[in-house]
Design a protein around this ligand. Structure first.
Ligand code: GLC
Length: 591
């Protein structure tokens, strides 16, 4: 017997007809306690967030770069996608060495993107669309053009002398230690004025702040409170594990042909870091109804309890255990389906009682998920819908990255010179240094360059995909004539309509926002499956999700869907016990 997928309509959940005999009623033990229930109803746990990379989203004035007014123009689109919050990557004044992650002034808007008035009206207009704006706090470092740094570098006696991490050279004049920055090369840069080196975890133009100095911390809290007063809904906090440096800054054991060691291994999550972060919370967001999600590479599910939740520093953490890739691209390994499942299940379990999970598979630093997780032969549309299904049905707040809802894919440029991303050339050179040929090195770039995610948003089939009337700051993906909002709005079977459909289902089913997460088929090598269960005295709502993450057929014990009603399938129908490549299905319990 085949379940037929029902064309989505507002009646969908009421009008389902095909079913097996009885999706099991859930036992009392799955009923969430009153406290747990209450803690699941904050606005940011009920909604869907959407990440915007302003450079690439929508250009309103034809200068080739996206801007704030462009975002305001697209609020209706985002509302139609069920989005309730927009995370904006940095829009502050910046020389744009790292596209805004090098902040010159947190109180000013980058003129490329507009003015503070544009920002105020974006916040107000977004509110009218029931959308809150989430700002990106880049607090590990600033731009080397930030006044704080310009002051600090003047001399050792400057009032801001120790706002950054300064050290003397080794006796031979070389850098204080052998740490390699995340973007390659030494993490130290010589400064002639001070005759000292400064530390930069990322690019040379991004000197690290000295969080040990209470004045620095207070200045950062003031910035946060300024934006809270502007009415933003939350903060994404950039690259937080690096803010505390160890007391001893000694050489580390080299891990590459360059004789250096990754700074990540020397400074990430230094003991005592949480004291700073608890202080940050108390002096800024605590009790104000705004949420925080911190980027915390290396803080795995086992450590989450210290970092998130009522007694933790943040509400959510972006950690990366479920993503393919590595800081050093040529060292990246493919991630297997059991590894993806294990990582996601661990995070789901870890956030069941501590904090909340931000569900994401893409962002502005990562390749497109249809490429990252699947082979070149995979059906892109099925793959995008399979990942979209996980996005919108795992327990947590989904963070859709712009274009992910279209199934946008990687670019494949053949020369490293074409890439703009500040991390691309150093990674290419690192691969050459390690003995890879230029032909091999470019394949790492093609797989991992951050520009894969940064090509302009594909709105329609017109010149430059409707993104700009000028010359786009970064080349478009050539596939924009097929993959774009206009085409996908009109095609009921598109990835975009899948996201809309699942977003609607998510709104209607408490199981998907407030229900708990119970893995099923945990040992299955191809299928990731789970139940989302919301059970209370007068309601019993269960959604069963099955996603075949493999590109081959799979089977499972059909007993697990006995009594279930098919809500939706990315093939249009499904046969219990069997799944086709990349098939994704949702079942409801029979009412
Ligand atoms: C984060 C950002 C990334 C940036 C880096 C340095 O990882 O997501 O884009 O380059 O921090 O600020």
């Amino acid at each position: 017997m085949k379940f037929q997928s029902i064309i989505f309509s507002t009646f969908i959940l009421a009008s389902l007809t095909l079913s097996f005999t009885a999706c099991k009623k859930q036992e009392a033990s799955t009923v969430p306690s009153k406290k747990a229930e209450a803690s699941q109803t904050e606005w940011w746990k009920q909604t869907v967030c959407y990440e915007i990379y302003p450079n690439s989203f929508m250009d309103s004035d034809g200068n080739g770069t996206g801007d704030i007014k462009g975002i305001t123009q697209k609020l209706s689109y985002l509302e139609s996608l069920n989005v309730g919050c927009i995370w904006l990557t940095p829009v502050y004044a910046s020389p744009m060495v790292d596209n805004g992650y090098d902040v010159a002034d947190f109180y000013k808007i980058n003129p490329l993107y507009g003015t503070m008035e544009d920002m105020d009206s974006l916040i107000a207009e977004a509110n009218r669309h029931h959308i809150k704006i989430v700002m990106d706090l880049v607090f590990n470092h600033t731009s080397d053009q930030n006044e704080w740094f310009l002051e600090s570098k003047k001399s050792k006696d400057s009032p801001k002398s120790d706002w950054y991490i300064w050290r003397d050279a080794k006796p031979d004049g070389s850098a204080p230690n052998n740490w390699r920055g995340i973007f390659g090369g030494s993490a130290w840069q010589w400064n002639e004025d001070r005759k000292q080196y400064y530390l930069h975890t990322f690019a040379t133009a991004q000197p690290d702040l000295n969080w040990a100095n209470p004045d620095v911390r207070q200045a950062l809290y003031d910035i946060t409170n300024f934006w809270i007063d502007k009415g933003v809904g939350g903060f994404r906090i950039d690259t937080i594990p690096y803010i505390k440096k160890p007391a001893e800054m000694a050489d580390g054991k080299p891990d590459g042909a360059d004789g250096m060691v990754s700074i990540h291994d020397m400074t990430a999550n230094t003991e005592g870091i949480l004291d700073y972060l608890y202080e940050f919370k108390q002096k800024t967001v605590a009790g104000k109804g705004v949420f925080t999600v911190a980027e915390a590479n290396g803080v795995g599910p086992d450590l989450l309890k210290f970092w998130v939740g009522d007694s933790g520093a943040f509400d959510m953490l972006f950690e990366f255990s479920h993503l393919p890739g590595a800081d050093i691209w040529h060292k990246a390994k493919k991630i297997s389906i059991p590894e993806i499942k294990t990582a996601l299940i661990s995070s789901q379990v870890a956030t069941a009682s501590n904090g909340w999970y931000p569900v994401f598979f893409e962002n502005h630093d990562k390749p497109r998920s249809v490429n990252a997780y699947f082979s070149e032969k995979a059906d892109r549309i099925l793959a995008a819908k399979a990942m979209g299904t996980l996005m919108l049905t795992l327990r947590g707040t989904p963070f859709i990255y712009e274009g992910q809802e279209l199934g946008m894919s990687n670019v494949k440029w053949n020369s490293v010179e074409v890439y703009d991303d500040v991390n691309t050339k150093p990674q290419y050179n690192l691969a050459l240094q390690e003995g890879y040929s230029p032909e091999q090195a470019i394949t790492f770039v093609q797989a991992f360059s951050r520009d894969n995610a940064r090509t302009p948003m594909q709105w329609d089939t017109s010149a430059n995909a409707g993104f700009t009337t000028g010359k786009p700051w970064l080349a478009l993906n050539e596939n924009f004539k097929t993959i774009n909002v206009l085409n996908e709005t009109e095609d009921s079977t598109s990835v975009l309509n899948w996201y809309k459909k699942l977003g609607q289902i998510r709104k209607q089913k408490k199981a998907l926002t407030q229900g708990n997460f119970t893995p099923i088929l945990a040992e299955h090598a191809q299928i990731f499956a789970y139940k989302r269960i919301f059970a209370s005295d007068n309601e019993n709502d269960t959604v069963t999700v099955l996603v075949n993450l493999s590109e081959t057929d799979a089977t499972y014990d059909s007993a697990i869907v006995v009594g279930c009603e098919l809500i939706v399938s990315n093939y249009g129908d499904t046969e219990p016990g069997k799944m086709r490549p990349l098939e994704a299905i949702l079942f409801a319990n029979k009412k």
